[in-house]
Design a protein around this ligand. Structure first.
Ligand SMILES: C[S@@+](CC[C@H](N)C(=O)[O-])C[C@H]1O[C@@H](n2cnc3c(N)ncnc32)[C@H](O)[C@@H]1O
Length: 285
């Protein structure tokens, strides 16, 4: 097919797409997303319509129902990827909630390094890492704390997300850095690509293992974790989904291990984690 023919086909398909998201189509899609990925879209009908209409039109669907029928019938991975890339919110940045990171630097890092001084191995998970700023940021804190002995430690961070688009950007590791990133870090941990754009250095990138993982799936990693960051992820889930995920995080945490959420979240009062500071929890030893 020539480019002109392709364009003609696209415009033919586009003109046929009906952009109204019916009550029935929205109910089916929101139910599917909530059951499969935990994300609560019930108040976000406008967002669903605006983020999906153009890509569905471009793919040749004639309405939302046709897309949902296809998705539910085939679980077509191409369409699942499109859906997740469009409907997840990947907003994140370096030094997010800096006061929280300062608490982490001053209190949690020294405790973990002390407790692991003989095996020199930490088990860390950035759950819902989006485009990678969080796990790279944590790596920089650990490298600062370890200094010249960093190479004798295993501080590799498992960083997971369900969005392919976010994970691709994360592996690329190129960012416009906010002014809150210290100049010293810009020199040590990045290469300058021009303007505000910086690329994470390979030795920092190598400390992070990116993996696609749906937090609704059973948590069955080889090791339990000394530290889990899950900030600004559960805000998209309803309370029962959140409570059951926290239970699974707890089971996957080593005794004495830490669990950090964001300042805008909280855990249910019945959580087995012990709250040690705002948005900061610990599993009893
Ligand atoms: C707003 S970002 C948070 C990024 C970072 N943790 C922070 O605090 O800046 C939320 C991330 O959670 C991911 N997410 C949402 N539901 C998920 C699920 N069921 N499994 C894994 N990741 C999920 C989204 O794809 C998105 O990248």
């Amino acid at each position: 097919m020539t480019d002109t023919e392709k364009n003609n086909t696209t415009s033919f398909l586009s003109s046929n797409f009906k952009p109204d998201l019916s009550d029935e189509a929205f109910r089916r899609l929101a139910t599917h997303i909530q059951q499969t990925y935990g994300i609560n879209l019930w108040q976000k009908r406008q967002l669903v319509t605006s983020r999906l209409a153009a890509p569905l039109r471009a793919k040749g669907y004639s309405n939302f129902n046709e897309f949902i029928d296809h998705l539910l019938r085939t679980n077509d991975q191409g369409e699942v990827t499109l859906l997740l890339d469009k409907l997840t919110t990947n907003y994140t940045f370096f030094m997010r909630e800096q006061e929280h990171l300062e608490f982490f630097r001053k209190n949690i890092i020294p405790d973990l390094l002390e407790r692991h001084k003989s095996d020199k191995t930490l088990s860390i998970w950035s759950a819902g890492c989006s485009t990678g700023e969080e796990p790279y940021n944590l790596t920089m804190y650990f490298m600062d704390a370890l200094g010249s002995s960093a190479s004798s430690w295993d501080t590799r961070i498992l960083a997971t997300d369900i969005s392919n688009r976010a994970l691709t950007a994360a592996k690329e590791g190129v960012y416009e850095l906010p002014a809150t990133v210290p100049n010293e870090w810009k020199r040590r941990y990045f290469t300058h690509e021009g303007g505000d754009t910086y690329r994470v250095q390979p030795f920092v990138r190598d400390n992070v293992i990116f993996q696609k993982f749906n937090l609704m799936d059973p948590i069955q990693f080889k090791r339990k974790f000394d530290l889990i960051f899950c900030r600004n992820v559960m805000i998209y889930f309803d309370q029962p989904t959140k409570d059951s995920l926290v239970e699974r995080f707890f089971a996957a945490t080593n005794p004495g291990g830490y669990f950090l959420i964001s300042y805008s979240e909280n855990l249910s009062p019945g959580t087995p984690y012990r709250r040690i500071a705002p948005a900061t929890f610990q599993k009893p030893r």
